[in-house]
Design a protein around this ligand. Structure first.
Ligand code: NAD
Ligand code: ZN
Ligand code: ZN
Length: 340
């Protein structure tokens, strides 16, 4: 099988021929149909974060495909079934976090495309208990971005506890942001969308943003304040200044939900304002299996739209450059049937 491999941080990925992996007990082998390019894969390939993967590795945590073989003991999935293989490759199931509905915080978790090989390949392994069945009527190409961009932002909106009368700022209308915006609308909120390219701002308006803010020329905090300030801001732009602008645009009692993970990222939070305004700053990491099931359910019901470009896996290095330039219509999805 072909796989796109990170051999060293910061170097182009290499398309390699590898033997098909063998599913161990509790695992399944998945023939990948589609695999999304999340900005996290770029951070992984660059070794951007304090906890690093170990090259050589295969990135990708938006892989969707058909179960090809079942490992020992797997009884609830069947050969031919479509599943998604998310970032949460497995969690222990026994710790405090797992037992209280926060499996995404499990300290024993293994992350797909980071702690084990992921979806930038024709075949990949998944732990059967964490492989998410994709409902009928949801294509692999649509399911791929939902598997991380969707579940992460759906969860971030839950963490923000958005109400229908509230103003939500979506900072960054990329792969994550274009879905965050839709979940905020589904929650009934008024949505301000912030970005730095004309295409993304136009896309946001097309997807139902109530107003857009161009961070290249507008004072983001000022514009949000003119609207009374945001009840919640979801920070999805890979840019520290964007976090600070979103924080500054909150109203009293507002909540900044940190999701993007810029390399070595630090933001300065003013203590006085945070105390006096009763502001919350909270991190949000992907979502649980149940969150992902709900994301698929919403999509199967026609309530979300995945905006994507599909390309062959062989374009992986150019595709990464395009994402870094912001020159992509929301999400790139590698179409594994497209050859090349
Ligand atoms: P992306 O590159 O598709 O989107 C980022 C968007 O931010 C782009 O549209 C870009 O134009 C915009 N942007 C850049 N500078 C901006 C600024 N100053 N103000 C407003 N917008 C600006 O990336 P993505 O795949 O959506 O991922 C975003 C981030 O989220 C990455 O750091 C990724 O690692 C992280 N992430 C976190 C989680 C989590 O669980 N917390 C999950 C997935 C991804
Ligand atoms: Zn991701
Ligand atoms: Zn656990």
């Amino acid at each position: 099988m072909k796989a796109a491999v990170v051999r060293a941080f910061g170097e182009p990925l290499v398309i390699e021929e590898r033997p098909d992996p063998e599913p161990g007990p509790g695992q399944v082998l998945v023939r990948v149909e589609a695999s999304g390019l999340c900005h996290t894969d770029i951070h992984a390939a660059h070794g951007d974060w304090p906890v690093k993967p170990n090259p050589p590795f295969v990135p990708g945590h938006e892989g969707v495909g058909l179960v090809e073989r079942l490992g020992d003991g797997v009884t609830h999935l069947s050969v031919g079934q479509r599943v998604a293989v998310p970032w949460l490759g497995r969690a222990c199931g026994r710790c405090e976090h797992c037992r209280t509905g926060w499996e995404t915080l499990c300290e024993q978790q293994i992350n797909t495309g980071y702690g084990c090989d992921g979806g930038y390949a024709e075949k990949t392994l998944a732990w059967a208990d964490f492989a998410q069945p994709v409902p009928d009527g949801v294509s692999a190409l649509d399911a791929a971005p939902l598997t991380c961009a969707g579940v992460t932002t759906y969860k971030a909106l839950k963490v923000a506890a958005v109400q229908p009368t509230q103003l939500v700022a979506i900072s960054g209308v990329g792969g994550l942001g274009h879905l965050a915006l839709q979940y905020a609308k589904i929650a009934g909120a008024t949505v301000a969308a912030i970005d730095v390219t004309d295409e993304k701002l136009e896309l946001a308006a097309e997807l139902g943003a109530d107003f857009v803010i161009d961070a290249r020329k507008d004072d983001v905090a000022e514009v949000l304040k003119q609207h009374g300030g945001a009840h919640a801001a979801i920070a999805l732009a890979v840019n520290e200044a964007a976090f600070e602008a979103a924080y500054a645009g909150l109203r009293r009692g507002g909540k900044l939900v940190m999701v993007a993970l810029p390399a070595h990222g630090t933001v300065r939070v003013p203590i006085f304002d945070t105390v006096l305004n009763g502001t919350s700053v909270v991190g949000s990491i992907v979502g649980t299996r149940q969150d992902l099931a709900e994301v698929f359910q919403l999509h199967a019901a026609g309530r979300t739209r995945v905006v994507r470009e599909s390309r062959p896996l062989a374009t992986v290095n150019d595709s990464i450059e395009d994402v870094l330039r912001g020159d992509v219509r929301a999400r790139i999805v590698f179409d594994m049937g497209a050859g090349g």
